[in-house]
Structures are given as structure tokens and as C-alpha cells.
Ligand binder design. Structure first.
Ligand code: CTP
Ligand code: CA
Length: 229
């Protein structure tokens, strides 16, 4: 009912969104991951669909139901997420990166399970840096580049770090999230940071549930998409 009655500011627009953690394999039974729940990304995908968008959700390993009407592509590693995103990005108007992409992966994958085998010393791993999916999309030529929105989950100096990421990744909007108290929680507030301003969402700064927040964020992004700013 809510969906049927609400305005459709994203009608005819196509959204590509990443969500959840990535999982970087060490061997066939182990890996490196993080505690991202994927809830915010899924809530945004749902809100964007309600707002009339055609939505493609590229999801890392999470146990969440696919929002109604959303096309879902499941991936595991950062490289797989990049491979799913890059060919699709030029076909979309909007790219929202909510995924907590693992920054590093084991430099080499062991074909078989690493065994203790009576070894006296614990194994150690070399790490290699993962590709930056958001920055890679933001580097597409203008004609192929969707409007890019990033997230920044920080434990301190939220605005400072968010603005640094805005510049480093060369994107028009970053959504800041101060944790870890808020990570995985259902109530939250966000900070919108663009090249000129920053302001809380919701505007009164009171925490609200993720679906309400996602709807407000989608409305805000739709406004910016229309004004091209
Ligand atoms: N991101 C991405 N690919 C990566 C790392 C991050 O697409 N390999 C995206 C995230 O989805 C998010 C934004 O970039 O939208 C910021 O992610 P974050 O982890 O906060 O930034 P990093 O550049 O990885 O910096 P750091 O973790 O050191 O704070
Ligand atoms: Ca990171």
C-alpha cells in the first residue's frame, strides 16, 4: 500500500547497488570477511524500487530476502563484485556503493585445506589489496558513468574522513555512518557530505529505522540526480 501511494521520483531510472560484506578465501574452507549485515543496502534497494527505479542489487554473502521486484546478483569476493558491477554500470543512471568490501585478500589461495600437520609455527599470510569498486566506476568516461554515491562507515572524525573519500574517489556524494555502535543496528542517523555541505539525515538528527532512513536517502538522491548536482 505504502509503495502504491508513494510518489515515484525514480520512475524510469536504473539503480545499481552493492551491499553486504565480501568474503576473501584463504583455502576451500576459510576466509576473511567482516560483520556488515547488508541491511542498509537492501533497505535502499527496496526504497528505490518503491520509488519507481529498476534496481540491480549486487550482494555479498548475506542471509537477507531479496526485496520484491529487485534483480539480485550474488557474489562472494571483491573481484567477483567488481566483475558483476563493471559491465552493468554503464547501463545504469545511479550507482550506490553500500558494500563493506574487504580491503585486502590473501595474496594466494591454497587449493587444499591448510592442515596443522603438527606444525610448530602458525601459518602467516601475505595480503594483496582489493580493487576499489566505487573508484573504478567513478573513473568511467562521463557518457558511461552513473551518478555515484558512496558510504563511509567510520569510528571517529566522520565528516573529515567522508570528505577525504569524496575527493579521493572523485564522487559527488558520500553518506557517512558513525559506528561501531550503529553497525548492524536497526536505528541510525546518517551524514550527507557533498563538495560544499554536510547535513544529518534525518534533518532533526534523531535516529530512525533503516527503512525510513533508506526512503529519505532515496528521495534526497533522486533530487540530486534530477538537478545533476
Ligand atoms: N568501496 C568499494 N571498493 C573497495 C572499498 C570501498 O567500492 N574496495 C566503497 C564502499 O562500498 C563505500 C566507499 O567505497 O561506498 C568507502 O568505503 P570505505 O571502506 O569506507 O573506504 P576505503 O577507501 O576502503 O578506506 P578505509 O577502509 O581505509 O577507510
Ligand atoms: Ca575499506
Amino acid at each position: 500500500l505504502v509503495a502504491a501511494l508513494s510518489p515515484k521520483p525514480l520512475a524510469g531510472r536504473r539503480l545499481l547497488i552493492t551491499a553486504g560484506p565480501t568474503f576473501e578465501a584463504i583455502d576451500p574452507v576459510r576466509g576473511i570477511t567482516n560483520l556488515s549485515s547488508g541491511k542498509m543496502g537492501f533497505a535502499i534497494a527496496r526504497a528505490a524500487r518503491e520509488a519507481g527505479a529498476e534496481v540491480t542489487l549486487v550482494a555479498g554473502p548475506v542471509h537477507l530476502p531479496t526485496p520484491r521486484g529487485v534483480t539480485r546478483v550474488d557474489v562472494r569476493s571483491a573481484q567477483q563484485m567488481l566483475d558483476a558491477v563493471m559491465p552493468r554500470a554503464p547501463l545504469h543512471d545511479l550507482f550506490i556503493a553500500t558494500a563493506a568490501v574487504a580491503d585486502w585478500r590473501p595474496a594466494s589461495l591454497s587449493e587444499h585445506k591448510i592442515k596443522k600437520d603438527g606444525k610448530k609455527v602458525a601459518p602467516s599470510f601475505e595480503l594483496a589489496e582489493n580493487p576499489d569498486i566505487l573508484a573504478t566506476v567513478a573513473r568511467l568516461p562521463e557518457a558511461q558513468r552513473p551518478f555515484c554515491v558512496g558510504f563511509a562507515a567510520e569510528s571517529e572524525k566522520l565528516e573529515h574522513h567522508a570528505r577525504e573519500k569524496l575527493q579521493r574517489k572523485n564522487i559527488p556524494l558520500i553518506v557517512g555512518n558513525l559506528g561501531p555502535a550503529t553497525f548492524g543496528r536497526d536505528d541510525n542517523t546518517l551524514l550527507l557530505v557533498d563538495a560544499r555541505h554536510s547535513r544529518p539525515l534525518p534533518e532533526d538528527g534523531h535516529p530512525c529505522d533503516k527503512q525510513t532512513l533508506a526512503r529519505a536517502l532515496v528521495a534526497e538522491i533522486a533530487r540530486r540526480l534530477h538537478s545533476g548536482a
